[in-house]
Design a protein around this ligand. Structure first.
Ligand code: G6P
Length: 609
């Protein structure tokens, strides 16, 4: 978690660091700070609070051209100025920003204290800079190497000393990318912080350390062996990561869903043969499919909800049993997977620590792995055996929206791809599915336009509610879970999602006039059953908000509010219901004046366990 950025070059450093931090704030935003060299002194300025507050404390015209900065999501120690980064040793010789966790910091701290090294904060990161200081005899890289050899845990670090114009960068478990400009270098925890300056980047792998100075850079492993790395070219544009007139990134990203679906499908569908082309799935050949006994899908948060929907479509069309697990649970239970299991990991960021660890566990057990990942070049994307990029573009709002949609599109592409390889999905069915998927952008565009006013009315009426219940069945039950998650994430209203039939086994006890119940009630096989559940709620004085199929007039009689979605194939209704869930959460939170793009306590990319 946390965002880090560093710069060494000819430009004034503070505007670059502040700009970078603003772009990285989605990774953590409880405190932030910068360190820079000024007249051979190491100056550090920090603040508890957001980057704009830090900016107020700085003179951006300061003549310094080298520095490091950090925006924090607290793990060890409360959010406070003293606990925020950069951390310096007690004599202010060395400064460090750190993303990750030093697990053995307590024993290291005790050791350093016996060497008269003192500490001010409660953080594990300050211990790391203390350790680097302890080993420092004039060669910063050597000191960093010695220090990290003592560390148990994860880190992406940038280190600066007051004596020299150089930055040392090291990675184990937390992402770091080096951007290369003309006689200038940008280092960040992800590319959104540097995209406006350069497109040429090098991703550091775990176990790599770089030294950057005015002469250039070089990268070695932790044994000091030089590593030759390729320079990648970024395809993301600055425009893609700006708000473009929307009040919040989340709203922009909800609207963008119509566009990003097109991106995910572009070039992947051959309309002549109605087949799907996925270059990243090379290993899936017929022999492999024949041996394949099961699929395990691992993910966290919203991506986990996508995994739940995916189970329905994979089992229905490919007839392969699917298990869905929380990545964080899978890795700690000696899971039963082997070479005949395909493990699919879903992750927007491609950096979620639990998902990454679960992926590594699966690989240890010889499973083939497939990643459905949004961030190109992210750690998960690089470590899976093969994958599908979701092509949702940068997602800045902490609450995931368009990434979910494109994860699901990618899953459909996977199903079609495997279905055509093993002849399980007929050409007619493929045609139908491809046509339906291709029509989604237009339908979603119309849906947002048609439903916004009704959603705003609902938001106005329920913004002060304390609890919400979200209910759906079958393939839409995970969408009910996602609706509840979206609402609690950004509005802080307590919400629970349930399969509708489970309501009678507990949640029904909560129903009264103060409990709005959002029902997903599309016309499908379970329609009558959900109607019964709605009646059960009405009979107990509950308030019903129905997401129903266009043309269903009966639903009006038993609902307090109805939002209609297009009448499409039931397997695709999650796309449409999902958008309504996102809008409800968004407009309620907006009316409550919540910080929608940066909800309290959350972070976009959770790189700690
Ligand atoms: C965090 C975010 C969620 C996200 C989850 C998984 O908790 O706040 O929005 O769904 O991580 O992230 P991933 O990047 O792996 O999809």
């Amino acid at each position: 978690m946390c965002g880090i950025i560093g710069y060494l070059g000819r430009r004034k450093v503070l505007p670059i660091l502040i700009n970078g931090l603003l772009r990285l704030e989605y990774r953590g935003y409880d405190s932030c700070g910068v360190s820079f060299l000024y007249n051979d002194d190491l100056i550090t300025v920090k603040t508890k609070g957001k980057v704009l507050e830090l900016k107020e404390k700085l003179d951006l015209l300061t003549e310094s051209t080298i520095g490091i900065a950090h925006t924090r999501w607290a793990t060890h120690g409360i959010p406070s100025e003293v606990n925020s980064h950069p951390h310096t040793d007690f004599l202010n010789n060395i400064s460090l920003v750190h993303n990750g966790i030093i697990e053995n910091y307590e024993s290291l701290k005790k050791f350093l204290q016996t060497k008269n090294i003192t500490f001010r904060s409660d953080t594990d990161s300050e211990v790391l800079v203390g350790l680097i200081f302890y080993f420092y005899k004039g060669d910063l890289k050597e000191a960093v190497l010695k220090a990290i050899s003592q560390v148990v845990g994860t880190f992406g670090i940038l280190v600066l000393s007051k004596n020299k114009r150089e930055i040392v960068v090291a990675r184990k478990g937390s992402p770091v990318v080096l951007g290369i400009g003309e006689d200038e270098y940008f280092i960040a925890s992800d590319t959104s912080a540097i995209i406006e300056y350069t497109k040429d980047v090098i991703y550091l792998n775990d176990g790599e350390i770089a030294l950057i100075n005015d002469q250039g850079y070089y990268i070695t492993d932790f044994n000091n062996e030089i590593i030759d790395k390729d320079i990648d070219t970024l395809s993301v544009t600055l425009d893609q990561i700006e708000k473009q007139g929307y009040k919040h990134f989340m709203l922009k990203e909800i609207y963008e869903q119509k566009d990003v679906i097109k991106n995910a499908l572009a070039g992947r569908i051959d309309l002549k043969s109605n087949s799907v082309i996925l270059g990243g799935l090379d290993f899936i050949n017929f022999e492999y499919l024949e041996k394949l006994k099961r699929i395990v899908i691992l993910a966290c948060g919203t991506s986990w909800h996508c995994a739940l929907v995916s189970k329905f479509i994979i089992e229905k069309y490919l007839k392969i049993p699917v298990e869905v697990d929380y990545a964080s649970e899978f890795r700690y239970r000696d899971p039963l997977v082997d070479q005949d299991t395909l493990v699919i990991v879903i992750s927007q960021s491609g950096e979620t620590a639990d998902t990454l660890a679960a992926l590594r566990e699966a690989k240890e057990k010889n499973a083939k792995t497939l990643g459905i990942v949004n961030v190109v070049g992210s750690t998960i994307a690089r470590e899976v055996s093969c994958g599908i990029y979701t092509r949702a573009g940068p997602e800045i709002g902490v609450a995931s929206t368009k990434a979910f949609t494109n994860q699901l599109i990618s899953m459909w592409l996977f199903v079609l791809y495997v279905g055509q390889k093993n002849n399980l999905i007929s050409i007619e069915d493929r045609l139908k599915i491809i046509k339906n998927l291709s029509s989604l952008p237009e339908i979603i565009f119309e849906e947002i336009n048609n439903s916004v006013e009704e959603v705003k009315k609902i938001a106005e009426n329920f913004k002060n509610s304390k609890n919400f219940l979200y209910l759906g069945r079958g393939i839409n039950y995970p969408i009910a879970l996602e609706g509840a998650l979206k609402l609690k994430e950004i509005s802080y209203i307590h919400a629970e999602g349930y399969p509708a039939a489970e309501m009678k086994h507990g949640p029904i006890a909560l129903i009264d006039k103060d409990m709005p119940c959002v029902f997903i009630v599309n016309k499908n096989n379970n329609y009558e059953k959900v109607i019964s559940n709605i009646n059960e709620v009405k009979a107990r004085g509950g308030v019903v908000i129905s997401i129903a199929t266009k043309g269903d007039v009966d639903i009006l009689k038993i609902s307090d509010y109805v939002i209609y979605v297009e009448d499409i194939d039931n397997d695709l209704t999650p796309f449409l219901n999902l958008v309504i869930m996102q809008l409800i959460a968004y407009f309620i939170s907006d009316l409550k004046g919540c910080e929608i793009d940066k909800p309290r306590n959350l972070a976009k990319s959770v790189t700690v366990e």
